[in-house]
Design a protein around this ligand. Structure first.
Ligand code: PGA
Length: 247
């Protein structure tokens, strides 16, 4: 059985003070869950977020790392910086980073390899634009993005990899893929993992759906065979994210 994940992607939201206030209230409302819960925070807020959640079952992660160990990369965060703070989880290749910061599939692969080398757990984002979906190339694109992201990743390291399928047209738009569309895409990704690593790894790898997940649609999405939880933006900034976790 794959343990489901409810992950929040806070993007560039909440100050440290707001983060502490939110988590103090949130952890008072949810003592435990059958899901793994991770909040991906702005890097500056990781220490205060981690400290505030220390006495809960929930965890924090970073929204990005650089693929080099250190050096002249203004504004970037290294894997060692996260390790030093005791952070385990890192989001890689979110579509906003691909779009605004020019991250390529090859960068996503290098970041994934760096994260795994440092024993971090990468959650790798893939997903198609609306025009790619309309052109009927969603499956081809997801296959390509997944294959490049996982290039040179060992079978053993796959135990620490999570994939998040996020159709770009569904992010922050209120438009969700139907449960069937999302399940098909997650199933296609599972199929590629099976081709690369075999059936057992494919069956054990967690694949999430993201894109306008809310308390209203989470139950239906999370009930699908190939969907092992959600990567949630806007709805994870509110107290009713608890309903998504409980979905
Ligand atoms: P959304 O964002 O839930 O606000 O659509 C999801 C994401 O970007 O990870």
């Amino acid at each position: 059985m794959r343990k489901k994940i409810a992950a929040g992607n806070w993007k560039m939201n909440k100050t440290c003070t707001e983060t502490k206030e939110f988590f103090n209230e949130f952890k008072g409302k949810i003592a435990n869950s059958d899901k793994e819960v991770i909040f991906f925070l702005p890097s500056l807020n990781l220490p205060c977020g981690k400290e505030t959640l220390a006495d809960s079952f929930m965890n924090v992660g970073c929204q990005n790392i650089h693929f080099e160990n250190s050096g002249a990369y203004t504004g970037e965060v290294s894997a060692d910086m996260l390790l030093d703070l005791g952070i385990e989880n890192v989001l890689i290749g979110h579509s906003e980073r691909r779009e605004y910061f020019g991250e390529t599939d090859q960068d996503v692969n290098k970041k994934t390899l760096k994260a795994l080398e440092k024993n971090l757990k990468p959650m790798i984002c893939v997903g198609e634009t609306l025009s790619q979906r309309e052109e009927g190339i969603t499956t081809d694109l997801l296959r390509l993005q997944t294959k490049i992201a996982l290039k040179d990743v060992s079978e053993k390291d796959m135990a620490n990899v999570v994939i998040a399928y996020e159709p770009i047209w569904a992010i922050g738009t209120g438009k969700t893929a139907t449960a069937a569309e999302a399940d098909k895409a997650c199933g296609d990704i599972r199929c590629v993992i099976g081709e690369l690593y075999g059936k057992t790894v494919a069956e054990n790898t967690r694949i999430l759906y993201g894109g306008s997940v809310s308390p209203a649609n989470a139950s239906e999405l999370f009930a699908m065979e190939n969907i092992d939880g959600g990567l949630v933006g806007g709805a994870s900034l509110k107290m009713d994210f608890i309903e998504v976790i409980n979905a």
